[in-house]
Design a protein around this ligand. Structure first.
Ligand SMILES: Nc1ncnc2c1ncn2[C@@H]1O[C@H](COP(=O)(O)OP(=O)(O)O)[C@@H](O)[C@H]1O
Ligand SMILES: [Mg+2]
Length: 364
């Protein structure tokens, strides 16, 4: 078992910097999800942990041992990719055994490890098949099996579910999570999908343009996003944002079309910002139809309705306030019509405040 530490890790390709000075600690047996939009550097970072890519500067250690100069096969890791990369001419059994065979593992030991992995992953009936005789989910399970038989200290996953359809993805996501719990192995899991990140990670690390934005439990990050990027990236539908000016000595936020009372917890921090611009964030679930039970202080406003999306258990209503979009959720049985105006209440103490220039969170 092993922890993974990245210290001051940077990666440049020529003069293009892909990863800026980055620090990350993954604890022993933790499931860490590295999430961010396409191109932000996730695969590069994971490949550096795997040893498939050299670090330009900084150190990576696994289980207390610096591995910068250790080749991938000696790092005690196993990696699962988006493409399953199974050997098409080999059976499932041979695919599972192959890595062990080239390492010179004795035959009885190989058989035992393959049987064990096949049992854990529900592949025992399929051991004689070739990859082309398997479904996408089964192939991905074989790819997982190849990682399991190695008994690594650290699993590295790079978007392993991206080739699967939506339903199978949800199922495999649960299976991988259960597997990690059962094997009690450290895992670093890369995805661009924030729902995958939220549902799978003990903690999630959000990467944007090669810089770590925030590391925390899913709830930490959801409830206290460190900046506008994280606030916008995590959560569906995304957080709503209004530009406002701090007024009334820090007690109010004046936005086009509405003046909101400032959240009690932020007033002190806002006092020194009187007259300055801030970005106010409000999650869709904190905008409620007038008449519904609310928590704490509220502000009333009226939204023009632009679009209604029915999800079944609820509808997502896209409205606007002085041309700024504001999404919220309503009971699915009485949705408003497009063009109507709806009275809503905003839960003031649930507002998120960000500096308008740096876009970082203001206390509260
Ligand atoms: N070998 C390489 N040479 C030059 N640029 C690269 C190389 N590998 C990746 N990049 C660049 O690094 C950035 C991050 O890539 P990547 O780590 O694959 O992102 P992600 O996995 O988050 O989508 C991209 O802009 C990509 O073009
Ligand atoms: Mg990638």
């Amino acid at each position: 078992m092993a922890d993974v530490k990245l210290r001051d890790v940077a990666k440049r390709f020529g003069d293009v910097t892909v990863i800026e000075q980055l620090d990350l600690d993954v604890q022993d047996r933790e499931f860490m999800v590295l999430v961010g939009p396409s191109g932000c550097g996730k695969s590069t970072l994971l490949r550096m942990v795997a040893g498939l890519e050299e670090v330009t500067s900084g150190t990576i250690s696994i289980g207390g041992r610096t591995v910068n100069d250790v080749p991938p096969k000696d790092r005690d890791i196993a990696m699962v990719f988006q493409s399953y990369a199974l050997y098409p001419h080999m059976s499932v059994r041979e695919n599972l055994a192959f890595g062990l065979k080239i390492r010179g593992t004795p035959r009885p030991e190989i058989d035992r490890l393959v049987e064990e992995a096949a049992r854990i992953l529900g592949l025992r009936e399929l051991l004689a098949r070739r990859p082309k005789e398997l479904s996408g989910g089964q192939r991905q399970r074989v790819a997982l099996g190849r990682a399991i038989v190695r008994k690594p200290s650290v699993f590295l996953f790079d978007e392993p579910l991206s080739n699967l359809d939506a339903k199978l993805r949800v199922q495999m996501r649960a299976e991988i999570k259960k597997l990690q719990h059962r094997l009690q192995v450290t895992a670093i899991y890369v995805t661009h999908d924030q729902v995958e990140a939220m549902t799978m990670g003990h903690r999630i690390a959000i990467l944007h343009q090669g810089r770590l934005q925030q590391v925390g439990t899913p709830l930490d990050v959801y409830e206290r996003p460190a900046n506008v990027f994280v606030a916008n990236f995590i959560g569906t539908p995304p957080m709503n944002f209004l530009r406002a000016t701090v007024s009334d000595g820090g007690a109010a936020l004046a936005a086009p079309g509405v003046t909101l009372p400032a959240p009690a917890a932020a007033r002190q921090a806002l006092a020194s910002r009187a007259g300055r611009p801030v970005i106010v964030g409000v999650r869709p679930e904190h905008v409620l139809e007038a008449g519904r039970a609310t928590r704490g202080a509220t502000a009333s406003l009226r939204l023009g309705i632009d679009l209604v999306e029915t999800l079944g258990d609820e509808v997502v209503v896209h409205g606007s306030l002085a041309e700024v979009p504001v999404a919220f959720k309503m009971d699915p049985h009485h949705p408003p019509e497009i063009g109507e105006t709806v009275a809503v209440q905003v839960e003031v103490d649930r507002l998120h405040l960000f500096d308008a220039e740096t876009e970082t969170r203001i206390a509260g």
